[in-house]
Write a protein of this length. Structure first.
Ligand SMILES: [Ca+2]
Length: 257
């Protein structure tokens, strides 16, 4: 009797393995390492919600009602070169650059702001369903996070949802996805209230790697809202620039395996 039981167990295991490979089960993510190359000043009053680097300057979106802004910042000094206040009823969120236009999300209104990159003149609005947290541009579509485990890919003209993907690791859904950056074919996402950046395959939604930044110097360790929340990429130096809400520094990291 024991042999048939063993055979049927073996059969069940083989079936489970086949099923898991068919549905594309996520593997355990790799743990990335980093070298802290340098740290530069960051405005400690800036509640960073979106950060990107373009032609040697940062573009930054900050949040908070009555405090939200769009900024151009000199990286080495942290000096704010240009600033535009949002209406007091708006809470700035993710930020992306497409051509010479900056796209800034608003948290809850479902309406984002469109600006001329050079002048910061507001040249239009765009609409999306639900909350807006993080935004990135992959070269053909916007990628939007909303605090869940879902990423939405949006048509750049209509902002219609082209596709969605649910983000998973080997343990299940990975939610609280916040600030985003599209880097060399992958989506990098801060997870809200964690020290982690996850590296997501945009096709499958699988988390391929995790970067834990708990060891970075934090300006307000006792403030639960002063969290990691800013990812920018310099394709020239291949350094990852990270900061957080009301952090005093931006850290430049060289990422390793
Ligand atoms: Ca970013």
């Amino acid at each position: 009797m024991r042999f048939p039981v063993f055979r049927s167990l073996l059969g069940l295991a083989a079936t489970a393995l086949l099923l898991s490979s068919c549905i594309g089960e996520a593997r355990e993510p790799r743990r990335l390492t980093y070298e802290l190359v340098s740290s530069t000043p960051h405005d400690p009053f800036a509640s960073t919600q979106g950060l990107l680097l373009h032609e040697g300057v940062y573009y930054e979106s900050t949040g908070g009602y009555g405090k939200s802004t769009l900024r151009r910042v000199e990286p080495a000094s942290g000096k704010v070169l240009q600033i535009r206040d949002l209406p007091p009823t708006a809470f700035g969120e993710g930020l992306a650059l497409r051509g010479d236009r900056l796209y800034q999300l608003e948290w809850k209104s479902g309406k984002g702001f469109l600006y001329d990159r050079e002048t910061f003149e507001r040249v239009g609005d765009f609409r999306y369903e639900g909350e807006g947290w993080g935004l990135a541009w992959d070269g053909s579509r916007f990628i939007l996070s909303d605090g869940t485990d879902r990423l939405r890919f949006l048509d750049p003209e209509t902002f219609a949802v082209v596709r969605t993907v649910n983000v998973r690791d080997h343990l299940g859904p990975v939610d609280q996805l916040n600030e985003l950056e599209f880097i060399e074919g992958k989506v990098y996402a801060n997870r809200w209230h964690t020290d982690e950046i996850v590296v997501i395959d945009p096709g499958s939604g699988h988390v391929e790697a995790v970067l834990n930044l708990a060891a970075l110097e934090r300006p307000r360790p006792s403030d639960p809202e002063a969290v990691l929340n800013g990812i920018a990429w310099d394709p020239g130096t291949r350094l990852l620039h990270v900061t957080g809400k009301r952090w005093t520094r931006v850290h430049l990291l060289r990422i390793g395996e």
